[in-house]
Design a protein around this ligand. Structure first.
Ligand code: MN
Ligand code: FE
Length: 326
């Protein structure tokens, strides 16, 4: 069982039970990068030619992403790491936490390089209701994980774990972050901020592994705890993902008072619906929105993962999967 309170006997890496977690750890180490390898200063020429709306879109993105990286780390430290027994999962989470710290420093480098109003950026996530609503959504699930009465061995405890995991991983990292990445990469689509675009590419590469880890973890927990696999709980999980889409579409309407770079809130929100459908499919649900991807240029390798199936899997398939993990 991957879920549970780690005991002394869980402190040896070998034998590895969850090879996927160790493989992701090694892949993540191989993906290591450093923000200052990127010549962000070369983007300043573009910056000076940008419109006020374009600059304020970058500022708005930073308002969410900057605390966002640290919120993910807090969630991993308090809501995920303490409840997993497998050392290989702990290795991965340690690397992911370094990556989130590295992303925080990367965005700090953006704030140092471009003439942005840092005080405004640091204050905005507490003041703008659509950003605050996203943070409150994540905090609501995490707070339950830090409640000392939570018993991870109980059905209620396991359900809380999965809800929190879906909220920070599928919704925040897997949907909200991709919405922001798409906006950030739109500048490069218009031949602007190419180095900033390279930085976002590296962040996306990291985030795609965070998402793979989260999805594998959800599927493993469901396989190992069949009492969780009820139609009712599946519906609840699906609704968390749909609630996440609604928060993001409201946020994007604030991000884009007017269009920039040939895109606007409607365009980005179509992408949000498209990406949420991919996340639903990755968890084995049917798509909910059935929205066509308006941004084909966001290469499918970077924004979608190979299909996995759980909720709608046949019993036979799932026994095979179960055996494969042992
Ligand atoms: Mn990150
Ligand atoms: Fe992440």
């Amino acid at each position: 069982m991957i879920l549970g309170k780690p005991l002394n006997e869980d402190m040896n890496l070998r034998p590895i039970k969850y090879q996927w977690a160790y493989d992701l750890y090694n892949q993540a180490v191989a993906n290591t990068w450093f923000p200052h390898e990127i010549a962000l200063g070369e983007d300043l020429d573009d910056w000076r030619k940008m419109t006020e709306d374009e600059k304020s879109a970058v500022s708005f993105l930073m308002s969410f992403f900057n605390p966002g990286e640290l919120i993910v780390n807090r969630t991993l430290a308090l809501g995920v790491y303490p409840y997993l027994k497998a050392p290989e999962a702990h290795l991965y989470l340690a690397k992911q936490m370094w990556e989130e710290a590295n992303h925080c420093v990367a965005f700090e480098y953006v704030l140092e390089t471009f003439p942005l109003d840092k005080e405004k950026i640091f204050a905005q996530h507490l003041e703008i209701p659509s950003i605050k609503a996203k943070e409150d959504f994540i905090a609501k699930f995490l707070n339950r994980m830090s409640d000392t009465s939570l018993d991870i061995e109980s059905l209620a405890g396991k359900q809380e774990f999965v809800r929190n995991l879906v909220a920070y991983n599928i919704v925040m990292e897997g949907t909200w972050f991709y919405s922001g990445f798409m906006v950030a990469l739109s500048f490069r689509q218009k031949q602007k901020l190419k180095n900033f675009g390279s930085m976002i590419d590296w962040v996306v590469r990291d985030e795609s592994l965070h998402l793979k880890f989260g999805i594998n973890l959800i599927l493993t927990i469901l396989e190992e705890n069949l009492e969780l696999a009820t139609a009712e709980f599946a519906e609840e999980i699906k609704n968390i993902i749909i609630d996440g889409v609604n928060l993001e579409t409201a946020y994007n309407r604030d991000l884009f008072p007017r269009g920039i770079l040939g895109i606007n809130a409607d365009y980005v929100n179509q992408y949000v619906e498209y990406i949420a459908d991919r996340r639903l499919e990755e968890l084995g649900f049917e798509p909910h929105f059935k929205t066509v991807n308006p941004a084909q240029w966001m290469a499918t390798e970077t924004d979608t993962l190979e299909l996995v199936n759980f909720f709608e899997a046949q019993n036979t398939k799932y026994e095979v999967d179960n055996r494969a993990h042992k």
